[in-house]
Design a protein around this ligand. Structure first.
Ligand SMILES: *[C@@H]1O[C@H](CO)[C@@H](O)[C@H](O)[C@H]1NC(C)=O
Ligand SMILES: *[C@@H]1O[C@H](CO)[C@@H](O)[C@H](O)[C@H]1NC(C)=O
Length: 231
């Protein structure tokens, strides 16, 4: 049951965050949620019969994590040391290496998030409009956008998934997707950073350069920017 393995693990990572910020209450909530999640992973648990209590505990933990105030789980922007993506939206959670992230296509996580008014919700892809609402502002750069209107970042499979995420986050009008090459082997996933204002190549000045645990230094490829125009 990969869903639940990821899910439980997601709360363990919340626990670490909460301890970092030294808030006992948050840690306690998260500990409860983590336990509840473990219980929920008993043989045939499904979204429909997880107890109300468990749902509430998990909702509270997710709700505290995936809020606008917390940059939807990625409070440190991608150009600063110690940053970590806040979420994964795509088809292959097994391809997320090195982090444990809420998977925004997991049925249970999506149902729980839907219960929370101020929380990130899982995107519900719609058929694309006849004319693309996106204008590409830069293409294939080796720098990523670095700007004060940063909203959140996560991991995606495709540029289209990154755009879908933006449409799902209130106030988002710009996506910057790129490969953050950090470590040997290279993940196929794209980093997807969301902004509230549009940016051109002149702000794409995060060239990586952060030391990685394996001693390598990260760099950026295939950085594309797209600005949304409401139709
Ligand atoms: C949960 O639901 C599944 C089917 O959706 C069922 O097989 C299982 O027995 C239920 N478990 C509990 C604890 O109710
Ligand atoms: C993107 O840029 C790299 C060099 O940074 C180049 O090798 C590659 O061919 C370019 N790709 C496309 C599709 O233009």
């Amino acid at each position: 049951m990969r869903f639940f393995a990821l899910f439980v693990a997601a709360f363990c990572s919340v626990g670490v965050l909460a301890q970092d910020s030294d808030t006992d209450a948050a840690t306690a909530t998260v500990a409860t949620a983590a336990t509840a999640a473990s219980d929920a992973s008993a043989p045939t648990a499904s979204a429909s019969n997880v107890s109300d209590f468990t749902q509430l505990a998990l909702s509270n933990a997710l709700g505290g994590l995936l809020t606008a105030q917390n940059h939807y789980g990625a409070p440190i922007p991608p150009w600063q040391h110690g940053c970590k993506p806040g979420w994964y939206y795509g088809k292959n959670p097994g391809s997320v290496l090195g982090w444990i992230l809420p998977w925004l296509a997991d049925e249970l996580i999506c149902e729980l998030l839907d219960l929370l008014p101020f929380c990130l919700h899982c995107p519900k892809p719609k058929p694309p409009p006849p004319q693309s609402p996106w204008t590409q502002t830069f293409y294939n750069l080796t720098g990523a956008t670095q700007a004060a209107d940063y909203m959140t970042y996560g991991l995606v499979d495709t540029v289209a998934d990154c755009q879908t995420m933006c449409l799902n986050v209130q106030g988002c009008t710009f996506v910057n997707s790129y490969h953050d090459v950090n470590g040997k082997g290279g993940s196929p996933l794209l980093t997807c950073a969301l902004y509230s204002q549009c940016h051109d190549a002149s702000d794409a000045d995060n060239l990586g350069g952060q030391s990685q645990p394996d001693g390598s230094v990260d760099f950026i490829t295939s950085s594309d920017g797209y600005c949304y125009h409401a139709q």
